[in-house]
Design a protein. Sequence first.
Length: 162
Amino acid sequence: MDTSQQQESSGAEDENGSDGEEDLSPEEKRVLERKMKKILKKEEKKKLKEEGKSIKKDKVQSNLAEKKALEYLTCWSERREEWKFHKSRQIWLLQHMYDTTKVTDDHFKGLLTYLEGLRGASRGITLQKAEAIVRWEGQREEEDTADAEKKKQRAKQVVQLL
């Protein structure tokens, strides 16, 4: 689908029936094309998901994200001069730090050291989540109590640290 068809399908026509592309600056055209590309990609992904074809791709991407985040943490702890901050890696680590299958005990020890330097909103949000886990995990019954206990123990360590 070319951009004029995309604009028509998205309702971008004005009252005169023209697609209004002549009135747009090059920057506005570029932004519009990016938006349309994103919409089409989302629709394609939805179709693939309905057909069950995207599951394998998602697993590969999640394994890649896990690998990159753990390499990032290792680089931070062992080769600080080579280390460079990556927000996406930090977010992955903060979201998965209680999962013992994704973040091993050895990596978690390094992560605790990393968390000492955590600043700003990330520090506050991480502390809130850890406190919530400590409060709520003990009140509900979970099927795998060993994992729940480990998660609660890690959360307590994070609360004490922050």
